[in-house]
Design a protein around this ligand. Structure first.
Ligand SMILES: [Zn+2]
Length: 60
């Protein structure tokens, strides 16, 4: 019985840079996939980037 914490993917709003935890997409009850929110609660944008990509872009 494994008990590995399943950390959610995080997404950054491209417009206002708010950070959201990805919502769990229950694919088959076994694996968890994460998806960006449908819409930013702060600015209404629907454009999100994974936080890894966001950090990479900041360094570039
Ligand atoms: Zn936003």
């Amino acid at each position: 019985m494994s008990h590995t914490p399943d950390l959610p993917e995080r997404y950054v709003c491209e417009s206002c840079h708010a950070v959201y935890a990805g919502t769990v997409v229950d694919s088959d009850g076994e694996t968890h996939e994460f998806a960006a929110p449908d819409q930013c609660a702060a600015c209404g944008s629907t454009a999100f980037v994974p936080i890894e990509q966001y950090i990479y872009d900041m360094k570039a």
